[in-house]
Design a protein around this ligand. Structure first.
Ligand SMILES: *Cc1c(COP(=O)(O)O)cnc(C)c1O
Length: 406
């Protein structure tokens, strides 16, 4: 049986990870979303409407292209880019937001609630809400609000209400807690639209399925432009893990394709210096699901750091936890420094400024390309564009001029 059909099981488990560990009052609402998803998302009207949206609103399919200049400089395997930065709103997150919002519409709901880290999920959901004429409430940590000003402005222009979150570390983890509390006040008419392949069942499955459009497109496009059936490697960054699961979905049953998930190693190995959950984490429960997570001395979610706000989450999708344990996907971590080099390199050599999140995937792909022979092909998911990051990067690290990048 194909991986995507086999996992998760009926209870939402990927091996021992996933499931649903939620307050009893939330259970009927999650069950309703799950049942509606399983029924509605397979109906012809839903499928056709989503196809129409993908093409005429989002601008899909996004291209796959050979990064020739960069590959030649590295002198090893060839790097190909899946240009998800060209998806409407500039990142992959709209893929599942349009799906979740369409489901909410079919369920008769009128309001969408979510958390956001870098602001990408908030922008994507606010976009979906505007498209469907729904209300939208976005919870965001104060630290991220200060750092991601353009996305905050975008959300406001799209008509969303922003709820600043001022407790704890004031970043993504607290924003999730805050959004969940707000959703619990009125789960009948609102839909909680999570930002990644995390949370209780059915979210990890639903978000993966909506994101799989990237993997299925990339598989066909890669064959079309190379004349080869499959790439040797597929590389994606992992925060919660949605862009990675989306692109992996197209290749997961092909055992010959090596899949690589890339985590943020930040500035060091101490707790609080990175967010490399799979590399350093242990089993635990966070936000209603079981996964590998980073814990502090008391066993609570640890403080995390990444140069990319979209990656600083102490948990990770249950399917990634499972794919790590089964060995089907290899997980590596790259530092802020390596990420910056990749960020500058893609702009300078390929004319594409990637999101700092995506630059993690690229940094790992660049190392891999140097190690692998010229005949091999590496497909990298450029999950988003870097416009949101340019001021932060240039103010703190300069424009990269004179810096050796390769
Ligand atoms: C949010 C975000 C990520 C991280 O989220 P995943 O669920 O791990 O994909 C990666 N890249 C971009 C551009 C993002 O906005």
């Amino acid at each position: 049986m194909s991986h995507l059909r086999k996992y998760p099981d009926q209870e939402g488990f990927f091996g021992k990870f996933g499931g649903s560990f939620i307050p009893p009052e939330l259970e009927p609402h999650m069950a309703a979303i799950r049942d509606a998803y399983l029924r509605i998302s397979r109906s012809a009207p839903f499928i056709n409407e989503l196809k129409h949206i993908r093409k005429h609103f989002q601008g899909r399919p996004t291209p796959v292209a050979y990064a020739g200049n960069l590959s030649e400089k590295l002198g090893g395997a060839a790097i190909y880019l899946k240009r998800e930065d060209l998806n409407h709103t500039g990142a992959h997150k709209l893929n599942h937001c349009m799906g979740e919002a369409l489901l909410a519409k079919h369920m008769g709901k009128t309001k969408l609630i979510a958390e956001t880290g870098a602001g990408q999920h908030g922008v994507a959901l606010a976009t979906a809400a505007a498209y469907f004429g729904m209300e939208c409430e976005i919870h965001m940590g104060e630290v991220d609000i200060a750092k991601e000003h353009p996305n905050v402005t975008r959300m406001k222009l799209l008509g969303a209400t922003i709820v600043p979150v001022g407790f704890g570390g004031r970043t993504l983890k607290e924003a999730v807690d805050s959004a969940f509390m707000s959703y619990l006040k009125d789960p009948e008419t609102t839909m909680y639209a999570i930002g990644s392949v995390v949370g209780p069942h059915p979210f990890p499955m639903m978000v993966r399925d909506f994101q799989s459009v990237m993997g299925f497109e990339a598989r066909e496009q890669f064959a079309e432009i190379t004349g080869r059936a499959l790439p040797d490697h597929v590389v994606a960054c992992v925060g919660g893990g949605s862009n990675a699961m989306g692109i992996f979905a197209g290749f997961i049953d092909d055992e010959d394709v090596a899949l690589h998930g890339v985590e943020p190693h930040g500035t060091g190995t101490e707790l609080g210096q990175h967010a490399a959950t799979i590399s350093y984490g242990e089993e635990g429960i966070i936000h209603g699901f079981k996964c590998l997570m980073l814990k502090d001395a008391e066993g609570n979610p640890a403080p995390v750091h990444s140069i990319a706000s979209g990656l600083d989450y102490p948990g990770v999708g249950p399917e990634h936890s499972f794919l790590h344990e089964s060995g089907r996907v290899s997980y590596a971590a790259v530092s802020d420094e390596e990420t910056l080099n990749a960020f500058y390199a893609l702009g300078r050599y390929e004319g594409v400024i990637p999101a700092l999140e995506s630059a993690h995937a690229l940094a790992h792909a660049m190392k891999l390309a140097k190690d692998r022979p010229a005949g091999e092909c590496i497909l990298v998911n450029v999950s988003g564009r870097g416009d949101k990051d340019i001021d932060y990067v240039v103010e703190n690290f300069g424009d990269g001029a004179g810096r050796p990048l390769i």
